[in-house]
Design a protein around this ligand. Sequence first.
Ligand code: FES
Ligand SMILES: [Fe+2]
Length: 389
Amino acid sequence: VSDYAPIEASGQLESTLPSDWYTDSDVYALEQEHIFMREWLCVGREEDIPEPGDHQVLDVQGESVLLVRNREGQLRAFYNVCRHRGARLCAAGEQETSDHRLPLGGGVVGGRTILCPYHAWSYDLDGQLLRAPHIDEEMGLKVEDVQLHPVGCETWGGFIFLHLSPAQAKDFSAEVTDCAERLQRYPLASLRTGPRIRYEVRANWKVLCENYNECYHCGPVHPELCDLVPAFRSSGGDGLDWERGIPHREGADTFTTSGTSDRPSFPDLNEDELTRHKGDLVYPNLFLSLAREHVAAFILRPKGPAHTTVDCLFLFEPGTMAAANFDPADAVDLWHTVNRQDWSICERVQQGMQSRVHERGIFSPMEDWNLDIRRYVTERIGAYVDQSL
Ligand code: FES
Ligand SMILES: [Fe+2]
């Protein structure tokens, strides 16, 4: 529709995905089916469900999932759907009541049984049907043969990952090996969540991934951050050594408003990690930013082609959090500034890409990590897109 074709990708420049891929609901539906239903998704932290019998009801890409810790202390996850006639087993949080809606019984009762509120079928915390009142084998139902529909559940570094199609799931440990190796000296599993902030971002999840993976934008968008980490500004974010970590300015060693902190460093970090900043990710939806004494974790929850919920968790050592003078505001304030700058610019990108004249963009050389998400998504939905659009 424009007089001008998209800028030709040549030399060191490569094309982005077509803009439709960030805005079109058919593409989003393909991602839902071929990425979010087929990959391990980070949903939260183990510490939020510590004891046998504890449970949570989670919305995972529109599916209600019941996450429980069984009597042996293992996490189990199921579709929150009764095998009898499909009733929701557990209400999500506060039950909504109104003139025609009353609170119902059922759910996880006594820390050991999942009870359906409709006809009182009951299941154990491994999803095995225990009892179907007034129906027996003679009538044609063998209780031992019935289990709740499973959801895959694994953990790494204290993070919980779920898989909505567990029969087709790739081996989880292979998915996190590289990241686990790079971050081996950070005590992720023993950290605890301090403050958490939820952001509703009016942008496609891939816009957030691409933004997280380049620092070409840091100079223009993040002045405070670049004062703390001047390397982010120099040469447009090119040539950053993420393996070793990115050095702070002279006299600073962590990601706080002052660049310093009284909080002790994680004990096993190497010399670089004691003074530098690291970033990492587990696709498709967990970003990690690591300082010497805290970690910021970002869990993306794609909600639609132009809407992503982001939960930002601030992780600290439990001993540090227990100190009488513990005050995470210096880290939270810096991050909250940087985060809002990022989400604001991502929303501007989403708005611009919705224009009829924008067909696609180009990646500049310093953004080569971006190619990861482009390949990641193309490998999974590329074969289907042309047929559907
Ligand atoms: S629908 Fe659950 S017991 Fe009938
Ligand atoms: Fe940013």
